[in-house]
Design a protein around this ligand. Sequence first.
Ligand SMILES: Cc1ncc(COP(=O)(O)O)c(C=O)c1O
Length: 349
Amino acid sequence: MEYGQPSTGAPSAAIAAAHRVLDADAMGYWENPGLKERIAQSYADDHGVAISPDQVILTCGASPALVLALNTLFAPGARVAIARPGYVAYRNTLKALHIVPVELECGDAERFQLTAAALAALDPAPDGVIVASPANPTGTVIARAEMAAIAQVCARRNIRIVSDEIYHGISYVGPVDSMLRFAPDALVVNSFSKYFSMAGWRLGWLVVPPDLVEPARARMGNLFLTPPSLAQHAGLAAFDCCDELEGHVANYARNRELMLAALPGMGLNHIAPPDGAFYIYADVGHLTNDSLAFCKRLLEDTGIASAPGIDFDPVDGNRFIRFSFAVSTAEVEEAMARLGPWLNAHAEI
Ligand SMILES: Cc1ncc(COP(=O)(O)O)c(C=O)c1O
């Protein structure tokens, strides 16, 4: 329950498509035009947003899409706001590109998410912001009105938005908005790693506004070239596998319910509301001041793997841990059965 990845494989039709092309395709550098069209169409279908397939850049997952977005938008020395807690690679990728992360503390009151008010109050205004809804490690979603307000503040203060929408499709509170609805010039990162259950296929995409297509494509061509052809064939087929993929989401929903029912009885009742994704970010501050040591001991004693909060929050993460429930329901049941007695036996670590 540590890694943020589905324990299921690629949908069966995607695997079948990969088998079909293996003997027939020379697997050269390639951008699948059908896949770009399908992705562009998904924004019209799901969000009522019209984008051209040219605005879609296929990447080897969300990770290079993030590098591409940040390198296209910002020069070294730029300042980019991120939520704390947040996905560890935001901070590290910004630093690797010599961009300065401006971490905004987001606690209970903000549902662990960035707010328009916090962005409006930053002085000086940052050059950019990375928004994530649903977020990692908390799973919290930014409500529609707040997202619109964030877009407004950013337009007014000239803050460029990078929206990481990698957990779209995995929501327990209804459809989640794309930032493109409110900020047509946002750069949107997405991937086949989560909803599509294809993490190791290394396929994702970046949506850029028309005026940034050329600079972003130039960077893609120099830094990464193209994602694997095999994955691009399979990814297109995966778009037609909704029944199987919705089955995974139903499984996550069951696991989430099980954990939300079990954890408070074990004293873990300070939990970020997991609106989406497949994580529970739980406060263990009454038990430890060292989440890394806590996770190690938990693993050694019970076999339950979890992620220490310090991965996501260098300031307050020492008192949080993250569980991923993208595993089988039987595994979640077993983990809950082992966790309760262990927490009882270990008052403090
Ligand atoms: C919020 C977030 N963004 C991006 C990524 C990177 O995903 P990938 O490169 O596999 O698409 C992850 C992976 O866990 C993530 O949680």
